[in-house]
Write a protein that binds this ligand. Sequence first.
Ligand code: AMP
Length: 355
Amino acid sequence: MAVALASTDRLASLAGRRPTLATLCSHSSLQIFHGARTEGFATLGLCIGAPPRFYDAFPLARPDRFLSVPTAKDLPSVAERLRSDGAIIVPHGSFVEYVGADRFAEIDVPVFGNRAVLAWESDRRKERDWLDIAGVPMPKRYEEPSEIDGPVIVKYYGAKGGKGFFLAKNREALADFRPTGPYVIQEYVLGTRYYMHFFYSPLSDRGYRVGHGSLELLGMDRRDEANIDELYKLGAQEELLKAGIRPTFVVTGNVPVVLRESLLPKAFDVAARIVESSIDLFGGMVGPFCVEGIMTEDLEFKVFEISTRIVAGTNLFISGSPYSDLVAPALSTGRRIAQEIHRGETEGRLAEILS
Ligand code: AMP
């Protein structure tokens, strides 16, 4: 059964016109604009201050127009202007982070996807509840340092880009731990990281059926994280600490990966559970999301995070990935978003994919 996410009021600005796809000039905006243009949409780049010059270097991804605001916090104030342009906002990770999840949820402009997801994703405890309900394996969580029985990662809430996370080899290594804010202690999972780019279409009635729509796998990457990824070159942890070097997990880039084919059923199973429970909990996620986890040597996949919108790792696959090539030619996630909006328009079902 179709779920309407957007009210008729919310969609009034789109009545009888071709929408313009708008996003913040950052993160995965080149891909979003390129995909929108490929599917025949007009594009609008929202920018903080002057339009970034680097767009001039990428003519196929340059938005048709720019709209500048002094700071990201001012974006909600141009809502009326966006509505009068018939804009649909396509969110990405930086967009939501810069504006703030609460303010973003209130923007009075049609947004691609279900904004109810923000409340579940932006709070690590709620996200964990969601994954628990979905029955997805996750790293063990320790309530008290005394329970620790192996290596752990300590995560401060809101630690940007993993800065402020730290690792401890065992309970003893945390003996002097004096927290400086709210935090969680998680099992440090040893294995290989995979960031899987899925797309859930509530409009589709073919393919890998989940909920009332279908699930696609469009790509996969691994993040390059400074400085943890290269620390091994400097030797053992204690020696590093003595030298004042603490590991950080600041994302600096992405590399493409593929998963052993025999592990794909596991990947789809986890993603399908996450979608199904999102439908029960808040009417369902729509569009791109990323399942981020670690495959252990026992081939167990433990999910440490989900991102419920386009992730920057998809930028690797503007002209397709080893997975999206098997869905359709030259299919980026940005282009897939534009296709979904196009389908919503032509079938009169925008209320199911916008909020
Ligand atoms: P997060 O902010 O949760 O996405 O984590 C940032 C980075 O920390 C990830 O990309 C991983 O490299 C690492 N990480 C997070 N949680 C774990 C975990 N439980 N075990 C091992 N590595 C982790």
